[in-house]
Design a protein around this ligand. Structure first.
Ligand code: IPM
Ligand code: MG
Length: 374
């Protein structure tokens, strides 16, 4: 039996292209792992009324971790139109499978390293090396939302003094998306960021929030970060507001190191940070729980490029590196990162986004060559 079992979820569009690239590199590493393919994505929504069939969740339960390509998602009403005719009007409602996996498997932590590899023509600067710790299951992503507002909810929130301003607005004209954060969620993400900083010899941790306006939820995040900071006196700790942080990251990205953010702010700031080091083709991520984890490039399925092997697989290959780290295969992880860095530095084999004309698989094979010493 293989040492590891990896759920293999290519998903839609270019998710499949970059997944093939991941396979080439894992072959070169000779990771002793069985890959167990599972269904996720648009096709299954259209034909089965769910983008995440129960059988796929079963595969996740029976594996050590998952590698995920990309998926197509569309707004609720548009999604319903694309359902197979026999599934229309059956009350199916589209949801993001990745958000559902994060919540159902309690993958509470989203790790998003954004590192500028020297020689990448897309780098904003070459000295950027940020790691975003994004809380991954709560906050505005909790999914507790209403439109129109049900009577019971209205009654409960009408007691709040700030609701006076909305007294004359009918329930039918109010949408509410609840920002729900728990002490456990906030303290956990903060502590993990500091622990990571200590382990990887990082010098600075910054909490990115908005407590001056969003006093309760952002306030809780900031207090949790301060509490963790007190136990890591050797690491510099700062607090920044999300809006200002967007400016500073554009102005002085090299000054930042580890960032802590709630789910929604972390989503935003990690796209900004990703763009500083090459954009979608380089933005990798790990969705980490206590016992399970899922790794994915953060780009979408880019339907117009599907099957053309045009897109940059680096985000996927860097996600594989995170997976190897998580599995404890740190030697292989280091080797893979070196190989990626070497291919970028040499600049011979590049996808179109980097100004080259090589394919997704050319890049993967070049990385594989470096690993096997070819
Ligand atoms: C990400 C993506 C997802 C998110 C989408 C696809 C639901 O933007 O992983 O950053 O919002 O978390
Ligand atoms: Mg995002």
């Amino acid at each position: 039996m293989a040492k590891y079992r990896i759920a293999w979820l290519p998903g839609d569009g270019v998710g499949r292209d970059v997944m093939e690239a991941a396979g080439i590199v894992l072959d070169a590493i000779r990771l002793d792992a069985e890959r167990i393919p599972a269904d996720v994505g648009w096709e299954f929504w259209c034909n089965e009324g769910t983008p995440l069939p129960e059988r796929t969740k079963e595969v996740l339960r029976q594996t050590d971790c998952a590698l995920f390509g990309a998926i197509t998602s569309k707004p609720r009403d548009e999604a319903v139109h694309e359902l197979a005719p026999e599934l229309q009007d059956k009350g199916y409602s589209y949801f993001s499978p990745i958000v559902q996996i994060r919540q159902e498997f309690n993958l509470h932590t989203n790790l998003r390293p954004c590192k500028a590899f020297p020689g990448n023509p897309l780098n904003y600067r070459d000295d950027i090396d940020l790691v975003v710790f994004r809380e991954n299951t709560e906050d505005l992503y909790a999914g507790v939302e209403w439109f129109p507002l049900p009577d019971g909810v209205r009654k409960a929130i009408d007691t709040h003094p700030k609701m006076k301003r909305f007294a004359s607005v009918p329930n039918e004209e109010i949408a509410v998306s609840l920002r729900l954060n728990t002490v456990k969620g906030c303290e956990s993400i903060a502590r993990q960021a500091f622990e990571y900083a200590r382990k990887h010899n990082r010098k600075r941790v910054t909490i990115v929030e908005k407590p001056n306006v969003i006093r309760e939820t952002s306030g809780l995040m900031v207090r949790s970060a301060r509490k963790a900071a007190a136990d890591y006196a050797d690491i510099r700790f700062d607090e920044a507001n999300i809006d200002a942080m967007c400016m500073w990251l554009v102005k002085n990205p090299q000054d930042y190191d580890v960032l802590i953010a709630s789910n929604m702010f972390g989503d935003i700031i990690s796209d900004l940070a990703g763009q500083l080091v090459g954009g979608l083709g380089f933005a990798c991520s790990g969705n980490l729980g206590d016992e399970y984890a899922l790794f994915e490039p953060t780009h979408g399925s880019a339907p117009k490029y599907a099957g053309l092997y045009k897109v940059n697989p680096m985000a996927m290959l860097l996600s594989v590196k995170l997976m190897l780290d998580w599995l404890g295969e740190t030697g292989s992880a280091g080797l893979l990162e070196q190989a990626i860095a070497a291919v970028i530095a040499e600049g011979r084999i590049r996808t179109y986004d980097m100004g080259g004309s090589n394919s997704t698989l050319d890049v993967a094979e070049e990385v594989a060559h470096k690993i096997t010493g070819g």
